[in-house]
Write a protein that binds this ligand. Structure first.
Ligand SMILES: [Zn+2]
Length: 487
């Protein structure tokens, strides 16, 4: 038994003005063959799970092509064609094999390919036919299309947000592929799409947690192979954007339909519960200062680089500098120019710069600061979050600046904060801090729920605000809640 593994993963924020190119993927991951094993072996992510499980089961795997980029704007047509070509040609060069097991995210959008994953699956079928099983793993934020379901033999996705089950889903994909190849499983799927957009919703808490429990209850039925509540990615404006439920059964299409419809009804009943109001920066900081136990974590959900935002937004940072609280810190603001200046002047110097706010004006203006350069680093560390644990992170030239009482981490690569490593790299032990501010919507919870005495989500205008009514949707299927009145 020989299974091809691979990945093409991008979460596209179509409201971003920054286009995604091949260079952007190369900054993160553009690997072929054995490079994939070297990067992912021992890492608790999708491909790491596939590699480990295949080893356990003594199944031969053939790594093909793996491309991943931090979420960002529309993928250029040229880049999309290269992704498709690299995927097909790298699988072609493997020769004979029995199945393809691939991670595709599910919220990728390219110029002239609105449904990136659907188009890639069509291309794979065209090249390799319908005889070879294709098993797909998607992110919980996938905007599923019927085309993806029609072209794949089986699709599973993350159940949890933070996605701490990526590794388990990778392992499960290999298990299911093996079962299909030994004729122990004949999968059928039913996709139910809801006319619903939901803002970022952790599955650690109600209401998303409650929906997962309904899915897992159905999975106790031995004919139900998988039932997943996909939240969709609301910052991607396509006809398929939104919430969906996909059920896989062992050759029981009526049951698959029944389960997807049952879970969908429950989501629809709770639809209003997903929308919440969060405080603006100043109000959130004041709320934190009322607490007696620290640290309090403030997460800036409106500029979450994990959802394709610029990462140099200054709204929360400006309020934090203004509040000037003893023992407060912030990570990370994306500003390669300021990081470069800090490296040039070196630790122990004082610099006068404009920090952040350079990508656009939506996320705040550049902040004129006089800062003490406490440390400079290479921005490299190993991720310790239970989500994607073990992955090597490289944020380029980075620095810890001190402005008044506030410690600020500045990096040269845009990414959300997943764990405390970026703070530790710069000598900041957050357990000793009162207020820890960071850019992330939910993934930070995998680590920070255990450290924070309280988490306060901060919202303001931005490309990942929870206020979805601020976006001008042109392509989503209408009517859709909460943009339109629906019962
Ligand atoms: Zn996701």
């Amino acid at each position: 038994m020989k299974i091809v593994i691979g990945q093409v993963a991008h979460e596209t924020n179509t409201f971003s003005t920054i286009k995604t190119t091949k260079e952007f993927f190369q900054l993160w991951e553009w690997d072929h063959g054995h490079q994939i094993i070297e990067r992912h072996q021992g890492v608790e992510d999708y491909l790491g799970g596939m590699i480990d499980r295949a080893k356990d089961l003594k199944i031969e795997i053939a790594p093909s092509f793996s491309a991943y980029a931090n979420p960002s704007g529309l993928i250029t047509k040229e880049t999309y064609l290269q992704l498709k070509k690299e995927l097909i040609s790298s699988i072609n060069s493997i020769g004979s094999f029995d199945a393809i097991c691939i991670m595709l995210h599910g919220a990728g959008v390219a110029e002239e390919a609105e449904d990136l994953e659907g188009e890639l699956l069509v291309a794979l079928r065209k090249q390799f036919g319908y005889e070879v099983p294709i098993i797909v793993v998607l992110d919980l934020h996938a905007n599923l299309s019927q085309k993806m379901v029609d072209e794949a033999d089986l699709i599973i996705g993350d159940n949890l947000y933070p996605h701490i089950d990526s590794y388990d889903r990778g392992k499960e994909a290999i298990d299911l592929t093996a079962k299909i190849l030994t004729s122990d499983l004949d999968p059928v799927m039913y996709l139910e799409k809801l006319p619903l957009l939901i803002p970022t919703s952790t599955t650690d808490h109600y209401p998303a947690k409650e929906i997962n429990e309904v899915c897992w209850q159905w999975e106790k039925n031995e004919q139900v192979i998988d039932c997943t509540f996909y939240h969709g990615f609301p910052y991607s404006d396509t006809i398929d954007t939104g919430v969906s439920v996909l059920t896989v059964t062992n050759n029981n299409s009526r049951l698959a339909e029944k389960v997807s419809k049952d879970v969908s009804r429950k989501i629809w009943r709770l639809k209003m519960r997903f929308t919440r109001d969060y405080p603006a920066p100043k109000a959130g900081i004041q709320e934190a200062l009322k607490e007696q136990m620290f640290p309090i974590v403030l997460n800036e959900t409106s500029d979450n680089p994990g959802a394709g935002t610029p990462g140099d937004g200054t709204r929360l940072l400006e309020a934090l500098i203004h509040a000037n609280i003893e023992k407060s810190c912030f990570a990370a603001i994306y500003d390669p120019d300021v990081a470069e200046i800090a490296h040039d002047f070196g630790a122990g110097s004082v610099i006068n710069v404009h920090l952040g706010g350079k990508s656009d004006s939506l996320h705040g203006n550049p902040l004129p600061i006089r800062a003490y350069v406490k440390s400079v680093t290479d921005g490299r560390f190993t991720q310790t979050s239970p989500m994607w644990k073990g992955i090597q992170v490289d944020l380029g030239k980075s620095t810890r600046l001190q402005v008044g009482a506030v410690d600020i981490i500045v990096c040269s690569v845009n990414t959300q904060v997943m764990d405390e490593q970026v703070f530790l790299l710069h000598g900041v032990d957050i357990k000793d801090y009162k207020v820890v501010a960071l850019k992330s919507s939910q993934h930070f919870r995998a680590t920070f729920e255990l450290i924070a005495k309280k988490i306060i989500t901060i919202d303001s205008p931005g490309l990942s605000t929870c206020n979805l009514k601020l976006f001008q949707y042109e392509n989503v299927r209408r009517p859709i809640y909460p943009m339109d009145e629906m019962k």
